[in-house]
Design a protein around this ligand. Structure first.
Ligand SMILES: Nc1ncnc2c1ncn2[C@@H]1O[C@H](COP(=O)(O)OP(=O)(O)OP(=O)(O)O)[C@@H](O)[C@H]1O
Ligand SMILES: [Mg+2]
Length: 290
């Protein structure tokens, strides 16, 4: 099945001037036979609050999986389980199973630092370190003990993040001198520099203008050839444009009056945006709530 759908097809607003039939929106959506993540019966508690309940989904390799839904439905919470960032929130507790290539990500023997190298994260607000452009990219490799070939790693990472041409003559300047969109691409380059397999992105464009947003979308689209990308977005056009699969989350109230989030529907993006099977999905994507 193609990603082409009633919403704007992938790549068509990319500004690259590429004919629609040469971009990937017409390709087959890659399969889920060998998932990168397999989430089963996942619930996440914050203290006594079971904030997210019973999520089941698989994330496939080298494709873009989007998570959409109204505020507070648990998108960021679920995203953080993919690289154990919830470990850093003292009151957070994860129940159920998340496997990464078939191995339990929450097994006590698993090193969360190594997990976060292989599964990088890019946040809503660009967060470069107060260092030069070069040192931002070299930071992770240096921590890993890389001493030689750093120039190549920096160039390659910035090239993959579509930023090299804009910064190659000012690598020693502060990262803060870059625009917001450039800073976000720098953060993506910094994630790439430690050679991850997966890049998680939590609303990576919400602080950016429309032009910078389209640049990041272009970039995600290119990166999906090599990386597995999971993106949280409030921008449904963005989900429709760039993603292969979309997970729609929403919040509900249980019998005790407690609010919780959960996954309503998960399918190929074309299906979610053209013929969703759940009324709540349809209402959300047509703007009737959220
Ligand atoms: N650090 C935390 N401590 C306690 N509760 C939290 C924490 N983070 C999230 N929650 C709760 O978990 C629920 C889901 O929050 P989450 O941030 O995952 O939602 P979201 O879908 O990402 O929302 P938004 O679209 O506004 O970013 C909410 O009820 C929220 O209050
Ligand atoms: Mg969030």
């Amino acid at each position: 099945m193609s990603v082409s759908n009633t919403a704007t097809p992938r790549g068509s607003e990319s500004g690259r001037g590429v004919a629609p039939d040469t971009v990937r929106y017409n390709r087959e959506v890659p399969g889920l036979d060998e998932p990168v993540f397999d989430v089963s019966g996942l619930s996440i508690h914050y203290g006594s609050n079971k904030a997210v309940r019973d999520v089941n989904m698989k994330v496939g390799p080298r494709q873009i999986t989007a998570m959409i839904g109204p505020s507070g439905c648990g998108k960021s919470t679920v995203l953080r389980t993919f690289n154990r960032m919830n470990d850093l929130i003292p009151e957070a507790r994860v129940e159920g199973s998340v496997t990464y290539h078939g191995e339990d990500l929450y097994d006590p023997a698993v090193d969360p630092i190594e997990v976060r190298r292989r599964i990088g994260m890019v946040f809503q607000k660009p967060n470069p370190f107060p260092k030069s452009i070069y040192d931002n990219i070299a930071f992770g490799p240096r921590i890993m003990g890389v001493r030689s070939g750093l120039d190549d790693v920096v160039e390659e990472s910035l090239t993959k993040a579509a930023l090299w041409d804009e910064v190659k003559d000012k690598l020693k300047e502060s990262a803060f001198a870059l625009s917001g969109g450039q800073q976000q691409r720098l953060c993506i380059a910094r994630a790439i520099a430690v050679n991850p397999e997966v890049i998680l992105m939590d609303e990576p464009c919400s602080a950016l203008d429309p032009i910078a947003t389209l640049k990041i979308e272009d970039l995600m689209y290119e990166l999906a050839d090599e990386f597995t990308i999971v993106i949280v977005t409030h921008n449904m056009q963005q989900a429709a444009r760039v993603s292969d699969r979309t997970a729609f989350f929403t919040a509900a109230i249980d019998d005790n009056g407690d609010r919780f989030g959960g996954l309503v529907e998960y399918d190929e993006t074309a299906t979610i945006f053209s013929k969703p099977s759940d009324k709540r999905t349809e209402d959300y994507i047509s703007g009737r709530f959220g």
